[in-house]
Design a protein around this ligand. Sequence first.
Ligand code: MTE
Ligand code: MO
Length: 317
Amino acid sequence: MKIGRKHSWEIPEHLATPEDVFLNRRQLLAAAGFGSAMALAPGGITSAFAAGMDGYPAPRNEAYKLDRPITPEKINANYNNFYEFGTQKYVADAAQALKTEPWTVTFGGMVEKEKTVDFDDLVKAMTLEERLYRHRCVEAWSMAIPWTGFPLKKLVDYAKPLSGAKYVRMETFLDPAMAPGQKQVWYPWPYVEGLTMAEATNELAFMATGAYGKPLLKQFGAPLRLATPWKYGFKSIKSIVRVTFTDERPKTFWEAIQPAEYGFWANVNPDVPHPRWSQAQERVLQTGELVPTLLFNGYAEQVSGLYKDIKGEMLFM
Ligand SMILES: Nc1nc2c(c(=O)[nH]1)N[C@H]1C(S)=C(S)[C@@H](COP(=O)(O)O)O[C@H]1N2
Ligand SMILES: [Mo]
């Protein structure tokens, strides 16, 4: 199926990048000799930890079990969404332009005291653990990833928000010279995402600093990205530079582009179709297998309580 490309949000990714195209690309990569994870990610390891790999691999938190195999790193590392570096799934090469040193994170808005901290100092204040999480893109493909990081709740505690804060808003870097995608002025850069305080302090909300036992590859959103596995993947904002506490619901990147299709809540629900396609199933990357999608992506036990008193909201868009 060929669809015009005037607005990229008019293209469901699974139509724009069908599995056969993906497989062909993998075959090409294999033919070019990019057979190993190391070769696939030249210079991909980031942060001052790269030399010593301090804290990696982190001990696995066995509370988070998968119902499927981990997606191989070389598959994951070559199939990404990172619009700052292009709208195609193969952005790994382009994303190597991301400069992650130095990297600071600013905490602002409704906090006791605004502060900007060096990424390495922030991580030193945390205890790293590994968690195996599913990842379900709104475009109906999925992966399973061993993230390394710390609960978002720890970051919230670190920031010391005021009691009136209702939302946490997160923002990606803004640097069109480094990230050519940001020269596409019709997108509302920088990428913004947000959670309610209750969501942000839920045990499942995770800040990833690494994956596959080492610091994040650049295409994964180095050096710091969110993982909210009960929500569609676009909530999991990459390469975060600013965390703001607010009493106003943040307008998110995708909501600003197309509110009828990508809302604030974006909780996974197989029974609520996207306006242009079903969410009942997902295509598991690597195997291409179609499997049923689960309510809250299988994490209902941890998160359904967050929504039981919320009425009149589009919780699943
Ligand atoms: N800053 C930023 N964050 C982002 C995106 C993006 O384009 N820019 N894409 C989102 C989408 S749609 C998905 S599915 C996931 C993809 O993460 P992955 O490439 O590690 O699988 O990142 C999310 N976070
Ligand atoms: Mo996505």
